[in-house]
Design a protein around this ligand. Structure first.
Ligand SMILES: Cc1cc2nc3c(=O)[nH]c(=O)nc-3n(C[C@H](O)[C@H](O)[C@H](O)COP(=O)(O)OP(=O)(O)OC[C@H]3O[C@@H](n4cnc5c(N)ncnc54)[C@H](O)[C@@H]3O)c2cc1C
Length: 265
């Protein structure tokens, strides 16, 4: 079950200068938005969210942002090259309610896009905030508009759409609209602010967390969080607001591969 399946890259979409989406033929069975795959390039293995789940075309996609050795190496791959995929793993987003506000910051848009498409396909009204520092870094705008999702773009520098942070726009929308739930993935500092906003508006919310992962299946303990000891790869990566309150390190710090703490502030 945990043996990587070696698959050919079927298509590659250059989303932005630093983000590429890799699409694979895959028999979609139990894959849910918010879950992740362990991606093996025959040297190293890293967690990547499912950014596309298409049961009709029998395809899945992962969107990779070039940030270091592993991701730079995957960006050099071409159609027909192979990667090993293990998964899907973790607990994904739950779809609940009739109108949902989904907020994705940067590459955090990867699981948010998959969620928005799935929820829309199930008849739920989804409003998506796609936030990025600049216009060039905004993700999945055309793709989401095509499936009829109400999309709001938002840039830190005001180069496109709403000028400011995704959290500012979320707060503005929540003042004037009724939503049943918020879902979000992005920089933890953004999600921390959204947790406070969810409290202010007394609205249920789900958050997708990232921690350094090694096994991806709950054995090694690398991604355990203080103080509850939940494994982000197993009990998460998606948590409800009430669960998040028990993760005392949320918004404060995270650990690197050696277990050393790094402040997020
Ligand atoms: C559940 C989950 C889903 C993710 N989904 C995506 C995604 O959809 N797209 C995407 O581009 N990235 C995603 N990431 C982050 C991605 O795994 C790292 O960016 C990647 O591993 C960086 O590797 P690197 O060698 O290129 O860079 P490095 O220079 O090794 O690392 C850059 C930063 O990435 C993080 N990172 C490195 N290795 C790991 C690891 N094994 N586990 C977790 N974080 C790590 C660390 O914060 C590190 O500081 C996800 C992480 C998690 C935990």
């Amino acid at each position: 079950m945990h043996v990587p399946k070696v698959v050919e890259i079927k298509r590659i979409i250059q989303e932005t200068e630093t983000v590429k989406t890799f699409i694979f033929d895959w028999k979609v069975d139990e894959e849910y938005p918010g879950q992740f795959m362990m991606v093996w390039n025959f040297e190293d293995e890293k967690p990547m969210s499912l950014s596309l789940i298409d049961p009709v075309k029998e395809e899945i996609g992962i969107s990779i942002k070039k940030v270091g050795k592993f991701t730079e190496a995957t960006h050099l791959l071409n159609v027909g090259d192979r990667l090993g995929l293990r998964g899907p793993y973790g607990r994904g987003f739950q779809i609940a309610g009739l109108k949902i506000l989904a907020v994705g910051g940067g590459i955090g848009m990867a699981p948010v896009a998959a969620f928005a498409e799935e929820a829309t396909a199930r008849g739920v009204e989804v409003e998506v905030i796609s936030a990025a520092p600049t216009e060039e870094e905004l993700l999945f705008l055309d793709r989401l508009k095509k499936c009829g999702i109400n999309l709001r773009s938002c840039t830190d520098d005001g180069s496109y759409g709403f000028s400011g942070f995704g959290t500012d726009l979320a707060e503005e929308l929540l003042e004037t609209n009724e939503y049943d739930m918020i879902v979000t993935c992005g920089p933890e500092i953004m999600m921390k602010k959204l947790a406070d906003i969810a409290d202010k508006f007394e609205i249920p919310a789900q958050f997708s967390l990232e921690r350094y992962m090694k096994c991806g299946v709950g054995i090694c303990g690398q991604c355990c969080v203080d103080n509850v000891g939940w494994r982000i790869c197993k009990e998460g990566p998606v948590f409800w607001r009430d669960e998040l309150r028990l993760i005392t390190e949320f918004g404060e710090y995270r650990r690197d591969a050696s277990g050393m703490k790094h402040s997020l502030l």
